[in-house]
Design a protein around this ligand. Structure first.
Ligand code: PMV
Length: 313
């Protein structure tokens, strides 16, 4: 086994969360300035160092790291190296449980590191198959969106069960991302929507379809550089997400603050019930104003993503 490193990025869902679980499209983007690396070095035992878990691979079985530990065990088996010694160091700038795809990013970087360490080529399909297994263990019934985006280098149009397609982003516009500081629980939020659907199928289906429609219109707005229309679709999606019961008071407050400070649109991102929100700003200067207002309103962290950066990569 060679020393090797794998990397991945934070992901932000621009539009389509929750509805994507029910077959609607979603648009998500990798945020390359927020990254995670997994580095493998030679070791005598099998040890892991990370902010999620530090200790032996074996002792990770009943911890929050169990899903990734199972993935590592499966990778070792795949490479006929169940007893190989290594030290795995994971460094992450992604806040966990904030809808940024932390677990998928971790799985992605770990798979990449092991394939590089065993000097094996890794296709995108193989990578997504590995991460799907660990995401199932961690999240229950994931759409695969997180894994597809944290391993991508461009914004993605995503439909469950289909290969993700890279899409073009506009020349201008800046997204502000803000953390409520409250952990979002993907499994619980996805379960809450499933319960809504069982209890009130008509209303819930209408909300899911409204999110799907907002995503389709947003893709058109992106292609036409129409930031106003994109903002409007973000607002529409947020109304439908509220109707699904996945927003909360902290998210609603940050969304209102962003809108009051010039955001063209604002919504939660990821599973909701905590986690992060996003706001669309006309330009970097407006984004700065919105970021300051969000921090004053209680956001525990904010980030910025200029669409123009995307075109230079
Ligand atoms: O909270 P996150 O980033 O894991 O987002 C989950 C996105 C959902 O649409 C709510 C679930 C899924 O599997 O797509």
């Amino acid at each position: 086994m060679k020393n090797a490193t794998g990397e991945s990025f934070a992901k932000i869902i621009l539009l389509g969360e929750h509805a994507v679980v029910y077959g609607q499209p979603a648009i998500a983007l990798p945020v390359k300035s927020i990254r995670l690396t997994a580095s493998l070095t030679d070791g005598t035992d099998q040890s892991i160092h990370s902010s999620f878990y530090t200790g032996s691979l074996q002792a990770a079985a009943h911890t929050d790291f169990a899903g990734i530990a199972d993935l590592i065990a499966a990778l070792l088996k795949h490479f006929n190296a169940v007893d190989a010694g290594f030290t795995l160091t994971i460094k992450s700038a992604l806040p966990p449980e904030r809808g940024m795809g932390s677990s998928a990013a971790c799985a992605t970087a770990v798979v990449r590191a092991f394939y590089a360490a065993f000097e094996q080529p890794l296709s995108r399909a193989q990578l997504l198959a590995w991460t799907a297994t660990s995401e199932h263990a961690i999240h229950g019934n994931p759409s695969g969106l997180d894994a597809a985006t944290t391993s991508a280098y461009r914004p993605q149009w995503f439909v469950k069960g289909q290969a993700p397609v890279p899409i073009q982003f506009p020349k201008n516009g800046t997204l502000v991302i803000a953390d409520t500081g409250i952990a979002g629980q993907t499994k619980i939020a996805v379960g809450a929507v499933a319960k809504h659907l069982a209890d009130d199928p008509d209303q819930t289906t209408a909300s899911i379809e409204a999110i799907g429609q907002a995503t389709v219109f947003a893709a058109k707005a992106l292609a036409e550089d129409d930031l106003l229309a994109l903002g409007t679709q973000m607002d529409h999606a947020q109304l439908a997400l509220q109707a699904l019961g996945v927003s909360n008071a902290a998210l609603d407050q940050l969304i209102q603050t962003a809108k009051a400070h010039g955001a063209l649109g604002a919504k939660l991102t990821g599973s909701g019930q905590g986690g992060c929100m996003i706001a669309l700003a006309q330009n970097a200067r407006d984004a700065q104003t919105i970021r300051q207002a969000l921090t004053q309103a209680g956001a525990t962290a904010t980030w910025q993503y200029d669409f123009s950066e995307e075109r230079t990569h």
